[in-house]
Design a protein around this ligand. Structure first.
Ligand code: FES
Ligand SMILES: [Fe+2]
Length: 331
């Protein structure tokens, strides 16, 4: 444990109890800045983090930016159609990068315009002639390690993290013949939520609140048959559909609601995928990024199904946001 962890955990009883006797974690873990910083340094730094689906960066020069444990990261489709990720930090004075206008895959700093090739090497320094003073090859972008599973790009910044395969073990077999990598991207929606990221995750992980918070969802799902299965690094919640005519049951098949430790959800329904990523912003704030994917965006758009799906999820999300923010105040 880290040097300050004694103060953080000192008085708490962290023994694992049987589920009937289990207690929630201490309230202060949901709001204390020290605990928030501890999580950034020891939790988010030490686990694979979801970046985005490959469908977001299909063509050379497509890029996506995000943060991992508060480190800015840019992921890019290179001229050779590879996926590469770098810390989104210019070696001059830390500016953010973007693909340079008029080029395909040259990254340009948005501060003073240094440029980098898609392998991260420094290429150009505007208005600087004294090149003999330093060697460009010492000033390339820092690469971030990535792995792609079913089209989903994950990154890690500590090579000691548990294996990605152990995080996701069994999911591919369980959802077959669904292949998440074959889906098309539709849209991304970001929700700013006034609660600690764990309040949001806790809420996702239990179906207990469905009858009270989401009465409409309770009509759709067979709540009595709701099941949660747990694995080492992920869990699966599922329930049969009650209503045969809903937007979710008309294609038949099953729904899988996966939580992947520590902050990602995969909501897999017939012909569609909704990914949620919960990004800690401050001790009492998080950002939840929803992205929507479909097997055939055009056909589903024409049938009105996508609008219906997103509007339905948005309403459920607002109910969750309201209860999570109230819980944060309670904590
Ligand atoms: S910080 Fe990037 S060019 Fe100056
Ligand atoms: Fe909910």
């Amino acid at each position: 444990m880290a040097k300050n962890s004694k103060n953080l955990f000192g008085e708490e009883n962290l023994d694992i109890e049987s589920i009937e006797r289990a207690k929630t974690i201490p309230s202060r873990w949901y709001y204390e800045p020290e605990f928030f910083n501890f999580e950034q340094d020891h939790l988010f730094t030490n686990h694979w983090q979801f970046i985005c689906h490959e469908a977001r960066i299909q063509e050379p020069g497509d890029s996506y930016t995000t943060d991992i444990a508060q480190n800015p990261v840019i992921v890019l489709r290179t001229a050779d159609h590879e996926v590469k990720a770098f810390f989104n930090v210019c070696k001059h004075r830390g500016g953010p990068l973007a693909v340079k206008k008029g080029t395909k895959t040259v990254l340009q700093c948005q501060y003073h315009g240094w440029t980098y090739l898609d392998d991260g090497s420094l290429r150009g320094i505007p208005d600087w002639n004294l090149v003999e003073l330093f060697d460009k090859k010492d000033f390339g972008l820092e690469a971030v390690e990535i792995k792609i599973w079913q089209g989903l790009i994950f990154a890690r910044i500590n090579p000691q993290t548990p294996k990605l395969s152990s995080l996701l073990s069994g999911i591919e077999e369980r959802i077959a013949p669904i292949n998440l990598g074959a889906l098309q991207f539709h849209s991304e929606h970001i929700y700013d939520v006034e609660c600690n990221w764990k309040v949001y995750v806790d809420n996702y992980l239990e179906g207990y609140h469905i009858p009270i918070v989401h009465p409409e969802l309770a009509n759709l799902l067979d709540y009595r048959a709701y099941v949660t299965e747990t694995e080492t690094w992920h869990s699966l919640q599922h329930s049969p559909f009650k209503a045969k005519e809903s937007v979710y049951s008309q294609d038949g098949g099953e729904a899988f609601y996966y939580f992947i430790f520590p902050n990602m959800m995969l909501n897999i329904l017939p012909g569609r995928l909704q990914i949620n990523k919960v990004v800690p912003v401050s001790p009492k704030k998080c950002k939840v990024i929803f992205s929507y994917f479909y097997d055939n965006v055009q056909a589903k758009q024409e049938s009105g199904l996508i609008d219906e799906d997103i509007a339905y999820s948005h309403d459920i999300q607002l109910e969750d946001v309201e209860i999570c923010e109230a819980v944060q105040r309670g904590l």
